[in-house]
Ligand binder design. Structure first.
Ligand code: NAD
Ligand code: UDP
Length: 329
């Protein structure tokens, strides 16, 4: 299948492109390189032997995107393109709403005009807000606490309405838990611009001696008091997308959690990272970060039941592969 991958030079998109090639698909990437580098294509080519076709464009640019649709015959679109930093979204809400919503609407218009009937969308566990119980199932109530999360929830709504009006279409909403790690070859990984906010990129900067990690709170109602999350290896997450393509020919809206079902605390991550990589991660206990919840982990059984998808990498693999990619950068 020819598959349009928006945001395909980004962190999760580039790993998914590898997986698509492995399954014999032909991914075509569009990305405006606002948060990724063209060199991701070199990594993809070295790993897979294939250099996918790439268009540098903004998905909000209807004329440019239409041109790509006229040149190819896409069986499906995987829509990663979007802005994703929670803190930045609080400072720049208009930029987040404009980019994330307009890019999705523009993509849907192009799909409708060109007869492409399948979309897989990158949603997030953030749409569950502060869940009343754990593990989180797909039918839990939805709420958000920041503009980034609200764009995800609004896009889910737009996609549902689009599918209702276009009954032959297949819409899959993938709610990612916490992706970390990198390709085991060390050729692809996460290169966050500026000062990182997510735990693993900060752990790695601390391991390089560039900063001291603040552990945001050790008084949560969790086994060791620090926040618990469901970390999933980015290669497993990528495999979740090829699994989701099983629904490509089925009309409807499909929603899946992509996580492992296991929660790890901040201290467990630090200890595992130190152990598997033989490095020290200097840290101090700091105040809670506003907006954080104590614990969040998935019930991943629906994706296993319906898509045959199950994450296979453990937390050691995630810590090792992340460091293998980042240590010399
Ligand atoms: P990323 O920033 O590495 O990749 C996103 C890509 O989209 C980047 O390459 C960026 O240049 C591109 N992009 C952004 N706006 C664009 C536009 N208007 N036109 C064209 N390209 C555009 O992020 P990622 O971690 O790979 O995340 C991919 C998707 O998954 C995002 O939608 C993100 O919100 C979602 N997600 C990520 C996480 C996470 O922790 N990484 C968790 C849940 C959901
Ligand atoms: N965290 C931390 N210090 C940091 C960054 C994150 O203690 O510098 C904690 C955070 O409080 C949460 C966990 O690590 O408990 C995961 O945070 P991240 O920002 O990576 O993901 P999210 O909050 O989106 O789940």
């Amino acid at each position: 299948m020819q598959i349009l991958v928006t945001g395909g030079t980004g962190y999760i998109g580039s790993h998914t492109v590898i997986e698509l090639i492995r399954y014999g698909h032909t991914p075509v990437i569009v990305d405006n390189l606002s948060n990724s580098k063209i060199t991701a294509l070199d990594g993809i080519e070295k790993i897979s032997g294939v250099r996918p076709e790439f268009y540098e464009l903004d998905v909000c640019d209807k004329a440019a995107l239409s041109q790509v649709f006229k040149t190819h015959d896409f069986a499906a679109c995987i829509h990663f393109a979007g802005l994703k930093a929670v803190g930045e979204s609080v400072r720049l809400p208009l930029e987040y709403y404009k980019n994330n919503l307009l890019s999705t609407i523009t993509l849907l218009e192009c799909m409708r005009e060109n007869g492409c009937k399948c979309i897989i969308f990158s949603s997030s566990a953030t749409v569950y807000g502060d869940p009343a119980s754990l593990p989180i199932k797909e039918d839990f109530p939805l709420s958000t606490t920041n503009p980034y999360g609200t764009t995800k929830l609004m896009i889910e709504r737009i996609l549902r309405d689009f599918q209702f009006a276009n009954k032959e279409c297949s819409v899959t909403l993938l709610r990612y838990f916490n992706p970390i790690g990198a390709h085991p070859t060390g050729l692809l990984g996460e290169d966050p611009n500026g000062i990182p906010n997510n735990l693993l990129p900060v752990v790695m900067k601390a391991a390089k001696g560039e900063l001291t990690l603040n552990v945001f709170g050790n008084d949560y109602d969790t086994p060791d008091g620090t926040g618990v999350r469901d970390y999933i290896h980015v290669c497993d997450l990528a495999a979740g997308h090829t699994a989701a393509l099983k629904n490509a020919g089925k009309p409807g809206v499909f929603v899946y959690n992509l996580g492992t079902g296991s929660g790890f605390s901040v201290l467990e991550i630090i200890n595992t990272f130190e152990r598997v990589n033989g490095v020290k991660v200097p840290y101090v206990i700091a105040d809670r970060r506003p907006g954080d919840i104590a614990a969040c982990y998935a019930d991943p059984s629906k994706a296993e039941r319906e898509l045959g998808f199950k994450a296979v990498h453990g937390i050691e693999d995630m810590c090792r592969d992340a460091w293998n990619y980042a240590k010399d950068r």
